[in-house]
Design a protein around this ligand. Structure first.
Ligand code: GRF
Length: 203
């Protein structure tokens, strides 16, 4: 059983998709901890509702990013997860955190990386005028949205799309991709080879 810690700052719809998937037969994974840097994050409420330990770690209580991330690392490691999933976590993690969880730290991003990293990816895609947008689940490295790509899914950009309508279409894909990436990890089928993630066939 793969133990998962989820870090989230917002409404937590990806957390919801992960919790739902873990509740279904066939996914050998369980969310054991949700941490947020925002007290009123919907993700914390979702975790509590699901009976999962929910921790608010207040950035204001720590002097700098290194101190905050040390506390975050201690909180996460105290729950002995096998995998840490970022799901709308709005802080860039320190190199020490990333190094400690190398190969076991995932993120979901609402664009077809390497296009449109960073904030407001859907707005960036619309403003650029691309015809195809999408979602990416990737391992996290020291950059912002630069780590090895695990899974991607594309969506069409319609001529009347708004940031809201495009975001909603991409979110549907995020909710499928993230549980699927977790399943591949839980089944031991992912291997990082430089920039590439190799996905082994199921044996
Ligand atoms: C998602 O669009 C995710 O790709 C991005 O932040 C958003 C989080 O949404 N990193 P939610 O909190 O999971 O609903």
């Amino acid at each position: 059983m793969t133990r998962i810690a989820v870090l989230a700052s917002g409404r937590g719809s990806n957390l919801g998709a992960i919790l739902d998937a873990c509740g279904r037969a066939g996914l050998p994974a369980r969310v054991v901890l949700v941490v947020s840097d925002r007290e009123n994050a919907g993700a914390l409420a979702r975790a509590r509702h699901a009976g999962v330990e929910a921790v608010f770690l207040d950035p204001k209580a720590y002097g700098d990013r290194a101190a905050y991330d040390a506390a975050l690392l201690a909180t996460v490691e105290g729950h002995r997860p096998d995998l840490v999933c970022l799901a709308g976590f709005m802080r860039v993690l320190s190199p020490a955190f990333v190094a400690a969880w190398h190969g076991r730290l995932m993120n979901v991003h609402p664009a077809l990386l390497p296009a449109f990293p960073g904030l407001h990816a859907q707005r960036q895609a619309l403003e650029y005028g691309v015809r195809v947008a999408g979602a990416t689940v990737h391992f996290v490295d020291d950059g912002v949205d630069t780590g090895p790509i695990i899974l991607q899914a594309s969506v069409r950009v319609e001529s009347d799309d708004t940031e809201e309508s495009l975001s909603a279409r991409i979110l549907v894909e995020e909710h499928c991709l993230y549980p699927e990436a977790i399943r591949l990890f839980a089944e031991g089928r992912l291997a990082i080879d430089g920039r590439r993630v190799l996905v082994r066939e199921k044996t």
